[in-house]
Design a protein around this ligand. Structure first.
Ligand SMILES: Cc1cc2nc3c(=O)[nH]c(=O)nc-3n(C[C@H](O)[C@H](O)[C@H](O)COP(=O)(O)OP(=O)(O)OC[C@H]3O[C@@H](n4cnc5c(N)ncnc54)[C@H](O)[C@@H]3O)c2cc1C
Length: 490
């Protein structure tokens, strides 16, 4: 049987990001993906948020995405009311408009450079786990053995179902059709609100084709049909505009669900396999990519025996509340964007509030993922927050902090007297640098300059120095395993 340290079920954005993270950590990983290519049916995601751009920047690949897309101000709570975040303290104070297919293709190209094998044309059909690993059955009758299996296999995740992990949440109250096709009568371009929510007809391919978004009269969940599309058009516009040659037709609902647990033994979940919600706010790809970046280095350390399995519990502890909050915001956005008079009144009120500086900054920081705050203990405001991409001066010249994270290794950034971390030198790189500029965090504002910071591979601050090494060894052991002492060579 083919053996690997980790098998990832699903090679879309979440699975590919996780594969790259594990590969950077020198873990033997393989991806199983049913699609023969990275082709994505229909448009699906149209972009990613600022923290995701930063995460890609931490790995040195943000430019590959930025060069293909357009910076865009983000919406998220009230559709068509963008939250200007251009004053946010980040190198990327914007979202990136880029369709899912380009996102996936670009990630797949990176994963190919890292030489991660992808078993295409096969899917995971089941698995059994024991104390030492997981036997993973594939659709071609073959099987793989792994220490861990990660389900990145989307909202209908087979891995989640077979692991018996519950998926509680809220049933759909509304459904929408999304389609692409041609028309014979000029469509009523633009957005039209109806009682159920937002409908939109937009030009594709320079106006030759139409992209449609339509709220249905009743919430439905089965595979959509052309008849359902035509009826939904007639219900909203009184005509179906002679829509034909429909090349893509899909249905989504406002149901919101989240896995009760992100791990069962040696089986983990990430991305849509762990949480689903309506596309309002465009959070899906960003949540999944950041799940992967949170999980990757932790799983790598556990697989290598550097850290105990309990490190994996911090994946659920940190990422579950982030998706839970995204689900709540998503449900609020669905309610706010309905077309009835009460929702309209509420939307006007919220829009007014979001035009004020404080709420605008707050919700821009939340929706963009820049205000994420993991529990790393009390103390300096940097603790548990993302490390800003400062321009520091090292002995070899000016550097951006994110460049130290390209290899997905932890960093101790010494900004005053150098601290000794010899027992962790294999796992944590020490960078001695100078920085005299301001420290400013999204939503928090200016914070006191630290003497040193311990940065995890995912870019979050695990320890802040006050000029002494107080608490440093505890933080190093907690996140990067016990000290390693080498016996002197005889
Ligand atoms: C209409 C629509 C609009 C959207 N708009 C946005 C947006 O603007 N912004 C945004 O961020 N998100 C958006 N989303 C959500 C976004 O598409 C998802 O959140 C995102 O694709 C999740 O990525 P994932 O890798 O976790 O899962 P998926 O993209 O669902 O990928 C799952 C992968 O697993 C594979 N797979 C399935 N079963 C198996 C199996 N048994 N074994 C192995 N592999 C398997 C699939 O082939 C697939 O490649 C939208 C979604 C829809 C439907």
């Amino acid at each position: 049987m083919d053996e690997h340290a980790v098998v990832i079920a699903g090679g879309a954005s979440t699975g590919l990001m996780l594969a790259a993270e594990l590969s950077l950590a020198r873990v033997d990983v393989v991806v199983v993906e049913p699609r023969m290519t990275q082709e994505v049916l229909g448009t699906r995601a149209r972009g990613v948020h600022a923290r995701t751009i930063e995460v890609l920047d931490q790995r040195g690949i943000a430019d590959r995405f930025l060069s293909q897309g357009q910076p865009a101000q983000i919406a998220g709570l009230v559709t068509a009311v963008p939250l200007d975040m251009s004053d946010s303290p980040t190198r990327h104070p914007y979202g990136l408009a880029l369709v899912q297919q380009r996102i996936e293709e670009t990630l797949a190209a990176w994963v190919a450079e890292l030489a991660v094998p992808i078993h295409r044309g096969r899917e995971v059909t089941g698995f059994t786990q024991d104390d030492t690993g997981v036997d993973v059955a594939l659709s071609d009758g073959s099987s793989l053995r792994a220490k861990y299996l990660v389900g990145c296999d989307g909202g209908r995740s087979l891995v989640r179902k077979r692991a018996g992990i519950e998926f509680p949440g809220w049933d759909a109250t509304t459904s929408s059709l999304i389609a692409e096709g041609e028309w014979s009568e000029e469509p009523a371009w633009g957005i039209r609100r109806t009682e159920g929510g937002i409908n939109a007809l937009g030009k594709l391919d320079g106006g030759k084709r139409v992209g449609l978004l339509l709220v249905e009269p009743q919430a439905r969940d089965e595979e959509p049909t052309l008849d359902a599309l035509r009826s939904a058009l007639v219900a909203v516009y009184g005509t179906d505009f002679g829509v034909h040659k429909v090349t893509f037709l899909s249905r989504f609902t406002d149901s919101a669900r989240q896995a009760a647990s992100y791990r069962k033994g040696r089986v983990l979940l990430a991305g849509d396999a762990a949480h689903v919600h309506s596309p309002a706010g465009g959070q899906g790809v960003s949540l999944g990519v950041q799940d992967a970046v949170n999980l990757g280095w932790k799983l790598a350390q556990v697989v290598k025996g550097i850290s105990p399995e309990s490190l994996l519990d911090t994946y659920q502890a940190e990422r579950h509340p982030i998706a839970a909050r995204a689900l709540r915001l998503n449900m609020a956005a669905t309610a706010l964007n309905r077309g009835d008079e009460r929702a309209t009144a509420l939307r006007e009120l919220v829009s007014e509030m979001l035009a004020m500086d404080e709420p605008r900054k707050r919700y821009a920081a939340i929706l963009s993922g820049l205000e994420i705050h993991y529990d790393a203990g009390a103390g300096h405001p940097l603790l548990g927050r993302r490390m800003p991409d400062l321009d520091v001066i090292t002995a070899s010249g000016p550097r951006r902090v994110f460049t130290f994270l390209h290899e997905a290794r932890a960093v101790l950034l010494n900004l005053s007297a150098p601290l000794d971390i010899a027992p962790w030198a294999e796992r944590v790189q020490r960078v001695d640098a100078r920085y005299a500029g301001p420290w400013e965090l999204p939503m928090v504002g200016a914070v006191p300059a630290p003497a040193a910071v311990l940065i995890r591979p995912d870019g979050y601050v695990a320890w802040v120095g006050d000029g002494t090494d107080h608490g440093l060894q505890d933080a190093l052991s907690r996140w990067f395993g016990p000290a390693v002492t080498f016996a002197p060579a005889r």
